[in-house]
Write a protein that binds this ligand. Structure first.
Ligand SMILES: [Zn+2]
Length: 333
């Protein structure tokens, strides 16, 4: 039987002590090295595992992030869409408010409809007439006339808005002669100049409407006292020439004062209404002069109350024709 101690003893005896020590050391170093390498390999595999796990977790996070981004983008798009709708609605509301405010302002400016003056006539005829247009006020006047279903006569001049004569005719109203230039120093210089101005206007009316007019209102009226500055007696001679020229002329018996600078510029709508109401109290044939020039903006505001006033007195509305009994003022030149 082999004794291990004896064998070791023999081995030591056989080899030198240093050699044994070296051998032992070598064995110890070998063991240490093997264990170290094993530990390193285990650690490395663990780190690799960890890395894999982290990568997987990152991928998951990335997916979650993308999903969240998509949801946010969808929400932003939705919000933008609703914001756009809200902006549209807001703009519509603002436009509506502006329109209502404008209507309110018009109503505020409208003169009150007062009862007819005491002993005022009922059941007469009223002739609305507008001089010195057309202008931007003309379509507004036409709209009011259409609303009440009444007609009027427009004594026109040459203006940049002349094309409205077509709309006047289309509305069933009458386009009549006033003056081409409305320049007193030119037209009242002599009779030839006056009739040349009128024929020039009639040609233009014909070009726009296909109709000529034989109805005339003198610039300033037949009783104007301005023409005397340019030619003494010209009104008397012109009035006498009217039938020779195949025309009839009209003045008025009610001045709305809408072009009278004494009352302001423009005349307040209440003054226009009061002028018409007071001057018409005893009349059964009311020939009113108003203006649809560029500056007479308040005539538009006063017009509904004027129309309602005559409707309340059972007046009927008429346009002028060659057969209308003319109203003539006293010629003063
Ligand atoms: Zn005029």
């Amino acid at each position: 039987m082999l004794n291990p101690f004896k064998s070791v003893h023999n081995f030591i005896k056989k080899h030198s002590f240093v050699k044994v020590i070296a051998l032992v050391l070598a064995v110890v170093l070998l063991c240490f090295g093997v264990s170290h390498i094993t530990a390193w390999r285990i650690e490395r595999s663990q780190r690799f595992q960890n890395l894999l796990e982290r990568e997987q977790a990152l991928e998951e996070l990335q997916l979650l992030h993308e999903e969240a981004m998509q949801t946010l983008q969808d929400e932003i798009a939705e919000l933008q869409a609703s914001l756009q709708t809200a902006t549209g609605t807001q703009e519509e509301l603002l436009t509506q408010i502006a329109k209502l405010e404008e209507e309110l302002e018009t109503l505020r400016n409208r003169p009150p409809i007062l009862p007819p003056a005491a002993n005022s006539t009922t059941g007469g005829r009223v002739y609305l007439s507008f001089d010195d247009g057309p202008s931007a006020n003309t379509p507004k006047i036409l709209e009011i006339l259409a609303r009440y279903g009444v007609r009027a006569t427009f004594f026109v001049i040459n203006t940049p808005d002349f094309h409205y004569v077509r709309q006047i005719v289309d509305g069933g109203h009458v386009v009549a002669l006033h003056s081409y230039s409305h320049n007193f120093s030119e037209i009242y210089a002599n009779e030839e100049a006056f009739w040349a101005d009128i024929e020039r206007l009639n040609t233009k009316i014909y070009a726009y409407t296909g109709q000529r007019s034989n109805l005339l209102r003198f610039a300033g009226g037949s009783s104007n006292q301005v023409s005397i500055r340019y030619n003494r007696g010209i009104m008397t001679r012109l009035v006498a020439q009217v039938p020779e020229r195949g025309k009839v002329f009209f003045d008025w018996n009610i001045d709305s004062n809408d072009a009278n600078s004494r009352y302001g510029n423009p005349t307040p709508p209440g003054v226009i209404f009061e002028s018409v109401r007071n001057q018409s109290a005893r009349l059964t044939n009311a020939h009113i002069v108003m203006h649809d020039g560029r500056r007479q903006t308040t005539t538009v505001e006063a017009l509904p109350a004027i129309i309602e006033h005559f409707l309340s007195r059972d007046f009927t509305f008429h346009v002028k024709t060659a057969d209308t009994p003319p109203i003539h003022q006293r010629v003063a030149n």
